[in-house]
Design a protein around this ligand. Structure first.
Ligand code: FE2
Ligand code: FE2
Length: 220
């Protein structure tokens, strides 16, 4: 893929996520999730440059924060309002979800404020925009290994939210409000999984190479 502008990357991110936007049934959703192929996703994303990947991931973060999380919260609030008096532990679930959300937002913020700027700086260095001294200083203080990720815990906790709600749904006669919420959580789990694969298996792999190359150039 040639260099894309910010707007084009945003459109690309939107179309990337829209594949899973209009699923008509739970079976479609389950199918989509079971068809997930990390290797295929990696090969689709590999042609993007480090800069483009970062733009894409930033656009995805925006989509989670402004669209996906508010939608899930709204459904959860609906369930709690409707069934909270008969299922007192549902209020606890809302607290649990809120804590989960805080962790996810913290994770995203760390990537936006520290990890991605580091990567963008390395990409600039590769274009020769820094002096040898500046590059030395940058690489002396930071390495991509400092950003060892904790995607597993972010995913596990969301899965737990789904499990708790599934137990409630099994006990309730009113399945529909639960199933809307459950589908949203499952879809979000799926999207975060893809996002983590792109970060860990495509972006980090490229950045490790880039950093190695820059360190070798410095040593030469
Ligand atoms: Fe991310
Ligand atoms: Fe991440």
């Amino acid at each position: 893929m040639d260099q894309l502008s910010g707007k084009q990357i945003e459109n690309f991110a939107n179309s990337f996520f829209s594949q899973s936007q209009h699923l008509s049934s739970e079976e479609d959703l389950n199918q989509l999730i079971s068809d997930f192929d990390a290797d295929l996703l990696c090969s689709q994303m590999e042609s993007l440059s480090v800069d483009q990947l970062v733009k894409f991931l930033r656009a995805s973060h925006g989509y989670y924060l402004t669209k996906k999380l508010p939608e899930i919260e709204q459904s959860l609030a609906h369930i709690v309002n409707k069934f909270g008096s008969s299922h007192s532990l549902l209020a606890g679930l809302a607290v649990y979800f809120n804590n989960y959300k805080k962790k996810l937002v913290k994770h995203i913020r760390m990537e936006e404020e520290m990890f991605f700027p580091f990567i963008e700086t390395l990409a600039k260095a590769q274009e020769g925009k820094f002096t040898k001294k500046e590059l030395e200083l940058l690489l002396k203080n930071t390495t991509v290994e400092d950003f060892e990720d904790n995607h597993d815990s972010v995913e596990d906790e969301l899965r737990e939210v789904g499990q708790i709600i599934r137990e409630y749904a099994a006990k309730s006669d009113a399945i529909f409000p639960f199933s809307v919420f459950l589908n949203q959580v499952s879809l979000f789990e799926y999207e975060l999984r893809k996002h983590a694969v792109i970060e860990d298996m495509v972006l980090v792999k490229k950045v490790v190479e880039l950093e190695k190359e820059l360190r070798e150039n410095l040593a030469a």
